[in-house]
Design a protein around this ligand. Sequence first.
Ligand code: FAD
Length: 286
Amino acid sequence: MLKKLTRFYYPETIEDACKYLGSKDEKTAVIAGGTSEALRQDNSIEALVDISRVKELNHIRVDSSSIRIGAATPVQNIYKSTDLKGPAGELLKTVAGKIGSTLLRNSITAGGNLAAVFPWSDLLPAWLVLDAEVVLRKGKPKRTVPVENLLNEKPAKFMAPDEIIAEIIVPTAGKGTGTSFCKFAKTANDYSMITVAALISIKGDSIVKARLALNAVTIAPVRCHEAEKMLEGKKPTAQLFAEVATAVAEKTEVRKDFRASKEYKREVLEVLVRRSLEEACVRAGK
Ligand SMILES: Cc1cc2nc3c(=O)[nH]c(=O)nc-3n(C[C@H](O)[C@H](O)[C@H](O)COP(=O)(O)OP(=O)(O)OC[C@H]3O[C@@H](n4cnc5c(N)ncnc54)[C@H](O)[C@@H]3O)c2cc1C
């Protein structure tokens, strides 16, 4: 409940947004898509700084080495983008298309989805397997950090009060790389119960790079470093993927959730991890 909220600001530049957020006179916070506002715990907020009109935060730019997505870009724009191609672009489009409904996707932003860090935030495992970096701005000054660091530390702790997520950068992956995303939920519009993202790069007959990340089944998004080590340097076989899936399902600390038992989720997780790895591997060969 925002009992003290009396003002909204609509800055047009990042500098102005950060100025409002750094105010010593009133307690402010960022709002982007606003879809998680009802869950905000802080009752002391007096003013919200709406960044949805900051043009430099709303873009999808693709060049030969990277994809850059502005923090205030609605996830529907990612889903519908014709510029996003290749293993990284296709993964982002697939994941964005599985978020909520069209109405929600028009509001939910890439940066808000990342900053809120809910277990059901579908893009988070995709950013992790893509080795994404995030550009944080504090007015003009900026720093670029791996998304994994931001998520491990929790964005609210990692960022200064007058700092915002400005952009997410993903390196493009070329031939020999495949990606995959599995979302398990009760209905197409339901919050995820399990999400699995995978990336596999193959050279010759062995896996040279493996990335695997989970969310929803866990309390927070996790990258499965041990599983990645089990995969790298090995020949991609059905048996290897099955062994890795079993290990991941055994070691994952499954989140309690009224919709399904931990045992059930562990079983489904094993299937989804195996499926994701197999799918990413097949795509890497195309
Ligand atoms: C019914 C419903 C179903 C949903 N289903 C899904 C789903 O299936 N999958 C999914 O991934 N998500 C889903 N969501 C969305 C998810 O729960 C969050 O609400 C959403 O990701 C937040 O994005 P937002 O742009 O609306 O951010 P906001 O709600 O505006 O902000 C979220 C938090 O991030 C902060 N913030 C926002 N932008 C920035 C920034 N640029 N820099 C720093 N901090 C920032 C805000 O201060 C706030 O603390 C659903 C939401 C609803 C309401």
